[in-house]
Design a protein around this ligand. Sequence first.
Ligand code: TK8
Length: 338
Amino acid sequence: MKKLMLTAAAAALTLSFGVAQSWAQNIQPRLIRFGYGLNEDSNQGRAVRFFAEEVGKRSGGKLKVRTFGAATLGPDPQMQNALIGGAQEMMVGSTATLVGTVKEFAIWDVPFMFANEKQADAVLDGPVGQKLLDKLQEKGLVGLVYWENGFRNLTNSRHKIEKAEDLQGVKLRVMQNPVFIDTFKAAGANAVPLAFAELFTALETKAVDGQENPYTTIVSSKFYEVQKYLTVTNHVYSPWIVTASKVWWDKLSPDEQKILLESAAAARDFERADTRAQAQKALDQLKAAGMEVTVMPEEEVAKLREKAAPVTKTVIESVGQPLWDEVQAGIKKAGGTN
Ligand code: TK8
């Protein structure tokens, strides 16, 4: 009995020593302000909280992530600037609003480029995805990992959109990004770039007729309250990106950086699984909330693709053929075509 207790005590000692050892890594007490645009009750909010808990656990409570949802620290472009200036530490948001900072990011906005999530994961988590993350450094940002926003679909309050031509004249809010503006202009819509934080009010007051986002966001942002028609188009796969302020990041120890990177990657895996599990449920919720759901027939989607072809060409000219080829090779390797 005594021997057993002694062994237990020894084990406890080793254990606490082990813990003390990992705490003895170079980790300082730090507060990390982490902003995001969607509501707390969203796939984005859940993943940010997961990230915060991971960072807490992995740093023995020394690194504290304080989360700010619903764009309380400002819309994506404003937060990006705060990160660059060092006034905010971290955020997750659309890659789309980074195109003005690093032009190559336009490649993720090319309509109909990824056919499924498997292709998107392979390319984003592969060498090309990393290459783009690395390009942010010289602009004052550190790109950690990509999370999933998802395939985007159209909603509007004006009329049912079933054919490509039904988009004609519809005043559609798009992300603040030239590829989105050009794609929807080419489709005949009146594309209006607007910050996501202003979108609900714009839809409610009918300043715009419609918008496009994944099902999960249409639910978590309650767009179904002010939008009657949903059209399934899956016109583009949108990634989110987790970024940090470079001036701040450079002051962190390698141990601290490792904790943040690994936690962001763990949160990515959690987020993608959660988002995918929620997507079908979200569609059911939208139907139950009274939205009229129309699946755009394939031949009509093909017309949208055709109209978007010149936009894709412009993107290739801007990002360069080699980068485009790399992405296409990644898609091929992941299986299938787009
Ligand atoms: C949230 C946005 C949102 C995006 C958009 O801040 O703006 O429509 O899809 O997820 O990043």
